[in-house]
Design a protein around this ligand. Structure first.
Ligand code: COA
Ligand code: AMP
Length: 636
């Protein structure tokens, strides 16, 4: 008899080894584990130690070996190029095996890092799977990051090879990637031995003799490589995410726990079955793309859709409905910001009418808080369950969700529903760091997860165990600190409110205001600065920079503001959406010198702001309110 949510949740918590060993039966192992969980070295935990498997085998070859080679594995839908390509499991396996052979031919061996800086083309998925095939560790960098961000990741991961493309396409603009890659390699200290460049027809990149190779020439000449078994605990990939400074955190994902958790999650959370079409509209540069464009759907034997386009503008706000109808998508996952963009252009859902969305069963939203009006609009327009679920790059798969594959629970707008089986979520008193004081239902505090984390969550940061402990495990001993604040209500529903650090969420992209401040502070005319995240109707939040100029600087403020915005675009990338910098006379501070960022955010968002008792000079705050008001921010 199928178990309901409460029973499944209880089993996963009370008998985690039994629970996950059972889930692991869905994966092909070359050698089975010695123990399900190694808890001998807390706070470090390892799932399935001693076991050996190959993730690419599990995602591709085993489906072919089981006679499912002619099933559709990947559909690439690219409105920006007007193309749709389809790959069966056999075809995808062959593409990946050839590329893996090409990498092996360049000297890539198990444990080597390979950096992937690619737009949303099928070759990006081939590249990830090719690395997995030969036991190399991939690190995908999102295409919207600038050369400097790429360079910091190159220096941390030290890749032997970089895979990239001549360009990406942003709606109707060609974005050449190769100049960014070349600049990053010049800036980085760790130089790759080889670059493999996919030449897209709309833009030919210049290749550097001796270092750069043409993707298709190299793959065509390569001998297909077989899958290399690796330890379950060996890294599959490193994915960098914003930390609180300019140095990103290299989140590590292992092979074994990842395969088990993702396979389990697609069935049990998303309610998807093998052979169904599952679509995630995100980018392979983010964890959502890693988990739910590439790995989970293929591990389960589904058809995954890879979409090179936007929710609006490619060509219109009906693009999603066209894709869902055309490819018979059953379950779709995207970010709330995409729905806000659609709602803005097509508030009455006119572009939905006339589409046959009969197969469409559920919509999942994550990456940022799903605001209730957007969820309600989607429910009304689509007439299917709209599921807000909460997770992070670090966790790799959802912490809280309405598990459609187990037992759908009533939806509460503003909540990501309940903890997913495997995740023991608690609300702790944020003021009692170093200790543990659990809060009562309904009280807001730090959302934390009791250790050990389930399979698939990060085991550590790349070559930085100390940083891993300091960043996530030391605030509340025995717990993983999510850095999100929220509450669990009387029904066990989790409500995620805000970050407790300086991370802001811009169009479901995670950015550090501290990092933007570091860039601004490097401007020669800037003495001091502060960056705050301000509510935005489309993107959720956008960064706003306040700049204090050095004494004696007489240039027009507008000039410095424009340079500051360009600097952020050049150093971090267009993805930062840093479109407002304002020169101010001073920054409001407490008497101990702490910048009152929270108060400035309240002013910019038009909220009431009580004057902090500890404020040093209230006149500065009055001046800030005036400047923000003049710039269109509703100061009260
Ligand atoms: N390569 C190069 N540039 C990129 C890029 C990429 N892969 N992705 C985004 N950019 C650029 C955009 O062109 C834009 O540049 P601009 O400032 O010159 O206009 C900038 O980065 C900001 O991009 P974005 O935040 O995507 O804003 P947008 O205004 O182009 O589109 C949305 C707004 C809401 C339609 C868009 O953000 C969206 O679809 N978001 C979905 C988010 C998502 O999937 N997140 C993944 C986590 S679940
Ligand atoms: P990322 O690591 O880029 O996936 O960003 C993770 C962060 O996004 C989380 O720590 C949250 O702050 C935010 N987030 C993701 N999903 C949700 C959600 N469903 N509700 C609220 N916040 C979310």
């Amino acid at each position: 008899m199928p178990r309901g949510y409460a029973e499944t949740y209880r089993r996963a918590l009370e008998c985690p080894e039994e629970f996950w060993a059972e889930a692991a039966e869905a994966i092909d192992w070359e050698r089975r584990w010695e123990r399900v969980l190694d808890a001998s070295r807390p706070p470090f935990y390892r799932w399935f130690p001693g076991a050996r498997l190959n993730t690419c085998w599990n995602a591709l070859d085993r489906h072919v070996a089981a006679g499912r080679g002619e099933r559709m594995a990947l559909i690439w839908d690219s409105p920006v190029t007007g193309q749709i390509l389809r790959f069966t499991y056999r075809e995808l396996r062959d593409e990946v095996a050839r590329l893996a052979g090409a990498l092996a031919g360049l000297g890539v061996v198990m444990g080597d890092r390979v950096l992937i800086y690619m737009p949303m083309v099928p070759e990006a998925a081939f590249a990830m799977l090719a690395c997995a095939r030969i036991g190399a560790i991939h690190s995908v960098v999102f295409g919207g990051f600038a050369a400097h961000e790429l360079a910091t990741r190159i220096d941390d991961a030290k890749p032997r090879v970089i895979l990239s493309a001549s360009c990406g396409i942003e709606v109707n603009r060609i974005i050449p990637y190769k100049p960014l890659l070349d600049a990053a390699i010049v800036e980085a200290s760790a130089k790759p031995e080889h670059c493999v460049i996919l030449q897209r027809p709309m833009c030919q990149a210049e290749l550097v003799g001796g270092r750069d190779h043409d993707w298709y020439e190299l793959a065509a000449a390569a001998r297909p490589a077989d899958c290399v078994p690796v330890l379950a605990t060996d890294p599959l990939y490193i994915l960098y995410t914003s930390g609180t400074t300019g140095v990103p955190k290299g989140v590590v994902r292992d092979n074994g726990g990842h395969a088990v958790a993702l396979h389990w999650s697609l069935r049990n959370i998303y309610g998807v079955h093998p052979n169904e079409v599952f679509w995630t509209a995100s980018d392979v540069g983010w964890v959502v793309g890693h988990s739910y464009i590439v790995y989970a759907p293929l591990l389960l034997g589904c058809t995954t859709v890879m979409y090179e386009g936007k929710p609006v503008g490619t060509p219109d706000a009906g693009a999603f409905w066209r894709v869902i109808e055309q490819h018979r998508v059953r379950v779709f996952f995207t970010a709330p910001t995409a729905f806000r963009a659609i709602k803005r252009e097509d508030p009455d859902g006119l572009l939905i009418r006339g589409r046959d969305l009969g197969e469409f069963r559920a919509l999942f939203l994550a990456g940022e808080r799903a605001d209730p009006p957007t969820v309600a609009w989607a429910e009304e327009q689509l007439g299917i369950p709209v599921i807000d679920h909460w997770w992070q790059t670090e966790t790799g798969w959802p912490i809280a969700a309405n598990c459609l594959g187990i037992e759908p629970l009533p939806v509460k707008h503003g909540s990501a529903t309940r903890a997913v089986p495997g995740w023991d979520v608690r609300v702790l008193d944020a003021e009692a760091k170093g200790a543990r004081r659990e809060l009562a239902p309904g009280e807001i505090g730090a959302l934390a997860v009791k250790l050990p984390l389930p399979p698939g969550a990060l085991p550590t940061l790349w070559q930085a165990d100390d940083k891993f402990v300091a960043a996530y495990l030391s605030a509340f001993p025995g717990f993983y600190q999510t850095a999100d604040a929220g509450l669990i209500d009387g029904d066990g529903y989790i409500h995620v409110m805000t970050r407790t650090d300086d991370i802001i969420n811009v169009a479901a992209h995670r950015l550090s205001t501290g990092e933007i401040e570091e860039v601004l502070a490097a401007h020669p005319d800037v003495a001091e600065c502060a960056v705050i995240g301000v509510a935005d109707a489309l993107k959720g939040q956008v960064p706003l920079g306040l700049l204090v100029l050095k004494a004696g600087v007489v240039r027009p403020a507008g000039e410095v503001e424009r340079e500051a915005m360009q600097l952020v675009r050049d150093r971090i990338g267009p993805v930062a959406s840093f479109k407002t910098a304002l020169v101010v006379a001073g920054l409001p501070k407490t008497r101990s010198g702490k910048i009152l960022r929270g108060t400035m955010r309240k002013i910019a968002e038009g909220e009431d702001y009580p004057l902090p008792a500890t404020i040093d000079d209230p006149a500065i705050l009055v001046e800030i309110a005036r400047v923000l008001g003049t710039a269109g921010y509703a100061a009260r």
